[in-house]
Structure formats: structure tokens, C-alpha cells
Write a protein that binds this ligand. Structure first.
Ligand code: SF4
Ligand code: MG
Length: 274
């Protein structure tokens, strides 16, 4: 299986740093399969990441890659897209990186509808720094910074993306890898800001503290709690209680930012000529 996508990796950077049983490698595999399916030229593809376990992904990939600063992956990606709108840009972020430190950049990238593909590896925790709770840690779950359980309500990334103006929003898990690949393909084809939430398991910093069992148990949890949006249509609220939806969860039309930016440049140049 790996042999089919090996050409997209910098093998000299292996072994990777991820813990055994971490979901991030599965999600990265789904993303690379999507890029292969899209047929994108490696030299015309950019992967930008922030800081955290998931953001190490960019270093392992043989595209144009940028491992940036905490929370700023979307700011870097915005600059690249404005300078070189023809490039295909994937922005890899963790839940804390994207919605706490980078929350501001996230909502404004969505509001602008800039043609970027945000792939959020959501493991509900700051894994790399030892398990602090993040904006997606569910209420009452334990973290190093919440030893008696969190008292904050968590963000629903899909709702946050929708409300901020993203024009394609989907969700899958490390268990639903084929769906994840499909969603990334669909998101990449959307001319605008696409958000794919990829639910991952962090056995080391989240599962262990919250007694979620070994990585196999954690991935079974994903299987048992995810409901495809098509199936959810025929389910009652009681049946959906405690579950989350996966699939294409939002699509809308809006002008794309770099296209509008080009128009404004053309308008300004016309004025100068007159
Ligand atoms: Fe994965 Fe968690 Fe280990 Fe980070 S700490 S590599 S998210 S299992
Ligand atoms: Mg995280």
C-alpha cells in the first residue's frame, strides 16, 4: 500500500516522530492518496503546516513544504496563494494550532473564501506539549491543565467553519480513511476555502488520561460514534445523541478571494493608464 504513494515522501526523513497507534499517519496517508488521485504535480503543490504533532507532516512530504510558526500556517498559506494563485495548497494543522493560537487566521481565511485546503487533524488535545486541553477537548474530559475535567464548552469545527464562511466543509476520521480521501479530493476541487476535519486518536496524551483504551479501542470508538450524514437524515435526535456526523457537511457558493484580488489589480491598472 505504501509503495503506491512512496514517491510523495522524503524517505530520508524517516522514521517519523509519531507514537505507535497515533492516527496522524493514517490521515496523512489519506491526504497523499487524495493528492495522487487529483493528479497534482508535486512541484505545483504546497503543504504548509503550523506547530504540533500533526504539523510535522510537512517535513515528511516531497512537495513544496513550509513548517511555520504556531497558529500561523494559514497566514503563510494566504501569502503564497496571493503570490502564486495557480499552486495547489494544503494547510495541515492540529486542533489547538488551528482554533486557539490560529483561531483568528482560521475564521478570516474562511470569511475571505480564499482557495486553500485546510486539513485539521483533530485529536482533541495538545499532544506534543504533553496533553493540555484545546478548544475541541470535550466538556468534562481530563487534560494536564484540567486534571478534574474541563469546564469549557468545545468548538464544533464544522459549525465554526460554516459560520465563518467556508464554502466546503467535511468531516471523517482515521477509521474512515476512504471517505477522508474522497472529502479531500472534493475539497480540493472547490474553488474557495475548504475545511476537512479529520478526527484522529492520540493514545498518548488524550486516550490514556481519559481511559479510552488502547489505539484499537480508540479507533473503534470513532467507528461506533460516527454517523454518515446520509444515514443521519433518517435518524431521530435520540438516535443521534452522543454521535457526530461525517461526510460532506456544507457546500456553498461565494466569490473566491484571489480571483477578486486579480480583478482589483486590473481595475487599479486601468485607472493608472487613464
Ligand atoms: Fe500522536 Fe498523541 Fe503521540 Fe502526538 S502525542 S504523536 S498526537 S499519539
Ligand atoms: Mg491536537
Amino acid at each position: 500500500m505504501f509503495a503506491q504513494i512512496e514517491e510523495y515522501f522524503r524517505l530520508e526523513k524517516m522514521p517519523h516522530i509519531w507514537c505507535p497507534g497515533c492516527g496522524h499517519g493514517i490521515i496523512l496517508g489519506a491526504m497523499v492518496r487524495a493528492i495522487k488521485e487529483l493528479g497534482y504535480d508535486q512541484d505545483k503543490t504546497v503543504v504548509v503546516s503550523g506547530i504540533g504533532c500533526s504539523s510535522r507532516a510537512s517535513g515528511y512530504l516531497d512537495f513544496n513544504t513550509l513548517h511555520t510558526t504556531h497558529g500561523r500556517a494559514l497566514a503563510f498559506a494566504t501569502g503564497i496563494k496571493l503570490a502564486r494563485p495557480e499552486l495547489n495548497i494544503f494547510v495541515v494543522m492540529g486542533d489547538g494550532d488551528c482554533t486557539a493560537i490560529g483561531g483568528n487566521h482560521f475564521i478570516h481565511a474562511a470569511r475571505r473564501n480564499i482557495d486553500l485546503n485546510a486539513i485539521i487533524f483533530n485529536n482533541n488535545i495538545y499532544g506534543m506539549t504533553g496533553g493540555q486541553y484545546s478548544p475541541t477537548t470535550p466538556y468534562d474530559k481530563k487534560a494536564t491543565t484540567a486534571p478534574y475535567g474541563t469546564i469549557e464548552r468545545s468548538f464544533d469545527l464544522v459549525e465554526l467553519a460554516k459560520a465563518s464562511g467556508a464554502t466546503f466543509v467535511g468531516r471523517a476520521t482515521a477509521y474512515h480513511t476512504k471517505l477522508l480521501t474522497q472529502l479531500i479530493v472534493q475539497g480540493a476541487k472547490n474553488k474557495g476555502f475548504s475545511v476537512i476535519e479529520a478526527i484522529s486518536q492520540c493514545p498518548t496524551s488524550y486516550g490514556r488520561r481519559n481511559k479510552m483504551g488502547d489505539p484499537v479501542e480508540m479507533i473503534k470508538w470513532q467507528k461506533e460514534h460516527a454517523v454518515n450524514v446520509k444515514a443521519a437524515k433518517n435518524m431521530t435526535e435520540e438516535q443521534l445523541a452522543g454521535k457526530f456526523k461525517i461526510g460532506v457537511l456544507h457546500q456553498s457558493e461565494a466569490p473566491e478571494y484571489t480571483a477578486m484580488y486579480d480583478e482589483i489589480i486590473a481595475r487599479a491598472q486601468q485607472k493608472v493608464k487613464k
